[in-house]
Design a protein around this ligand. Structure first.
Ligand code: EPU
Length: 427
């Protein structure tokens, strides 16, 4: 185990900000609180080594002694709200103007988020914007989560059962975190490479790809319960993860603000290679579970995704626009009799997950364009914005696709992204 050093205030701050890059004045300036508060919050729980901050416990309890002048801070906080275009903050590239946007760059701001929600009753927490359909005008207070940091909590003693426990702040980019972990030899996330969005968004929709879901690698999630104004650490079980869903996604918007995610990566890594796309990939040809590395899987996954899925920086999209529907075995059997090439995956509970992309393609929608929106020509589950699309056009297309699949297969498709209403009264 690592050794606790007596913290030296200035060195600790320097190391923290040097490592996490949180010393960016622009990001921490808004309450003139960021650095001080982070330091105070971090003081008792951090020891550091040369390259990485090690945190000895997960006690994120907010100390309030920094609030020497809460009224002033509150007014600074309100003033920090700014009108912002969110066009570049949602991967669908929908035009969205938000009247009040606040960047959350320090844990010290959390109590004020609660105060703000009590004043305005209409908070909306935005991560990477990779799973949202935003309205043209957003009248809610938008909180953009920019909390940064990756902290190895436990590196474990050498031995078969030991694990890496790593806390990652919600504002870290998901792919950046996957790359960082893989480069350090903390394997287990490589199948989830190149998924757009932030670490904080990953548990909300329980992101998944190529045989792994993020819930398989999460030990707990620490989140600010906005209405009650307190930090809560939810175990994996308490997060109630299911396919592309969690307690966070089911709750009313403005309930949870995820602060950090604790990942648990066993040192004795077992690669997941059973997904068909990985099995047939040339970069992994001849590899076995004993010879393959996490980096090789990451590279193959990136290559597959780049081939199949549009890059949101070039063509607006939110990844899969529909979930793969799960149906009872009896329905699967009758569909299979009718459509012998139906693609479906047996689930542990006896039900079947149907490949919605296959059904959309079979109903003739793959590659179809309707004005500024369309169904991607290489992956029918993905709807794209060719530029300048209105929300109504996108949702209209989604409805047409749903109707076609329902008519042909009798299976209703459920949308994966969250459609954000322009104001709370509209939800
Ligand atoms: N398929 C088609 N036509 C299509 C698309 C797919 O016939 O246009 C067939 C494929 O040939 C394959 C099957 O459907 O037999 C499954 O396709 P694929 O492997 O591309 O995966 P998917 O089920 O369409 C899911 C996730 C993706 C994830 C991939 C890989 C959902 C909603 N989507 O897609 O996640 O990358 O598996 O694991 O579960 C996302 O959620 O945004 C996302 C991209």
């Amino acid at each position: 185990m690592f050794q606790r050093k007596k913290p030296d205030a200035s060195k600790l701050c320097q190391a923290f900000f040097a490592e996490f890059g949180a010393g960016d004045e622009a990001r921490t300036r808004d309450l003139n609180l960021g650095k001080v508060a982070l330091y105070q919050l971090s003081y008792s729980r951090l020891v550091f080594t040369k390259n990485i901050v090690l945190c000895e416990d997960q006690n994120y309890s907010i100390t309030t002694n920094y609030m020497s002048n809460p009224t002033q801070i509150r007014s600074d906080f309100d003033n920090a709200l700014q009108t912002l275009s969110l066009d570049r903050h949602n991967t669908l590239g929908l035009a969205c103007r938000a009247k009040r946007v606040l960047t959350l760059s320090s844990l010290a701001q959390l109590p004020h988020i609660t105060a703000l929600s009590r004043d305005h009753h209409d908070l909306f927490v935005l991560g990477g914007g990779s799973n949202v359909v935003l309205p043209a005008q957003l009248d809610r207070v938008v909180v953009q989560v920019a909390l940064k940091g990756i902290a190895l909590v436990e590196a474990g003693a050498p031995g078969h059962d030991s694990v890496y426990r790593i806390d990652v702040a919600a504002g870290e980019g998901w792919h950046h975190w996957v790359e960082t972990a893989t480069q350090r030899g903390w394997f287990g996330l490589e199948n989830l490479a190149l998924i757009p969005g932030t670490v904080g968004g990953s548990p909300v929709q329980n992101i998944g790809a190529y045989g792994v879901e993020v819930q398989d690698r999460i030990e707990s999630v620490t989140a600010w319960h906005i209405p009650e104004g307190r930090l809560v650490t939810l175990s994996r079980t308490e997060c109630a993860f299911t396919y592309r869903d969690s307690i966070f996604k089911r709750a009313d918007p403005g309930t949870w603000l995820i602060v950090s995610v604790r990942f648990l990566l066993p040192k004795q890594w077992v690669p997941v290679l059973n997904y068909p796309d990985l099995q047939k990939h040339p970069m992994l040809a001849g590899m076995t579970a004993d010879t393959v590395t996490g980096q090789q899987i990451l590279d193959a996954v990136c290559e597959i995704r780049r081939t199949k899925l549009p890059d949101p920086a070039i063509l607006g999209n939110a990844g899969s626009f529909f979930k793969n529907p799960i149906v009872p075995a009896s329905q699967y059997v009758s569909l299979k009799q009718k459509f012998s090439d139906l693609v479906a995956y047996a689930q542990p509970d006896g039900s079947y997950k149907l490949a919605a992309g296959w059904m959309i393609e079979r109903s003739g929608w793959k590659g179809k364009r309707q004005g500024s929106v369309g169904v991607h020509d290489r992956q029918a589950l993905v709807l794209v914005n060719y530029g300048g699309a209105q929300v109504s056009a996108l949702l209209g297309l989604a409805q047409d696709v749903r109707s076609a699949v329902l008519a042909q297969f009798g299976v209703p498709l459920e949308m994966e992204p969250v459609v954000v209403s322009d104001s709370p009264s509209a939800s």
